[in-house]
Design a protein around this ligand. Sequence first.
Ligand code: SF4
Length: 430
Amino acid sequence: MSAERLRPLFSDEAGGLHEADPGWEALGQSGANSLPLRSWIPLPRGATVMHLPHRVGLARPRGSAGAAPLPGWAVTAVLPVGYLRLLFPSYLDPPPGRDQTLPLYGYAAVAARAGQLVVAARRSDDFAPWTGARPSSERIRAAVEVLQRRLPRNRVVAQLSVCALQHGCLTAQNTFLRRHEGALPTSAACNADCLGCISLQSDSGAPTPQPRIPRAPTAGELIEVGEYHLSGAGRGGEGSMVSFGQGCEGEPLLRERALRPVVGELRRGFPRSTIHVNTNGSRPLALRRLIREGLDSCRISVFSFRQDLFAAYYRPRGYSMEEVLECARVARREGAQLTLNLLTFPGVTDSPEELELTLSRLAELEVEQLQLRSLNVDPHWLLSRIPPLAPGVGLERMLERLRRELPRLRLGNFTRPRRLGAGAVVGAGL
Ligand code: SF4
């Protein structure tokens, strides 16, 4: 679509939204570069529009080559699940004393077109358990109370109650509702210190949207909740799924010893269920042992396959990219579903050298599904903490290459159960 008719937006300090006059062209940002906002969709339902306090928005006066400040703060949109951000907003750094790190959201560039809001994004997955209608808060509350009464001292239930009721976490809600992918948070510790960790921020000052489980639950507590969730599905757990490694915890593979009996018990009780782990990929041996107990699905988080970028983002303790690659190989060798969660950031993920390496790793590791998630982080803060990169080719061009060069790779956002129940719809990825 043409950028001609897009109007930049800015906000006043009270939050009032304003359109710039037609002499300005809307911009978005990729890495260090401001670019005209050319690829967009109407603002999807469920998106949240907000301003970026003390960050003056940038736009381009028509006919000029460079960006210039707008008369107000930058405006952005935070997208619902199932959408991929293409550009983040273009804005100036805040003045000293007003430079508190932004909360962990996936800020996307926005503009106005004929009075409607548009956003630099595209749909990236459509899978009913994630993108369909949400259960009512009354139904969730009632389901939480049922399990609280049944397991009043269970630490998993205590943690998931907060996640389901206060943080709106869908996998936590699913556990109580006994449907789809249910969360089983396991670990209070982590061997990484990710710049974008949503459960613990060690040095940014940004608030954490899903505070980490304070104490690790026992195997018995995890089994109780896992059995409760999976027995909600018929036929040995078909179509249902439990997952370790949630937003509100540390690294689940650090709890391999406690998890082995959990996985074994759930696999015996629910042979047709999917038992999944979301992991940073730091412990291949632990992953292999869990797969041999019955874990059959694995998603490894990847910011970059380059050691320097990997180290700058994960700040790993006691492991390196080599262990992450080995975890992927273990998953394939041992027959588990292998998906990667690529934490995308415009101007990083699509930087040419980065893209070439990602394509070759995906091919070599025979990844089944690539989940493209917009990295939730303060954009300028992130860029100040990683090595500089060559300008990105654009996330849409990256998607084209992924489709063309890796036709068997599924693209999307959400992990599918390995055995779907009767009448289940897999939904469309990208
Ligand atoms: S690996 Fe996960 S839990 Fe650990 S710091 Fe990174 S995001 Fe947080």
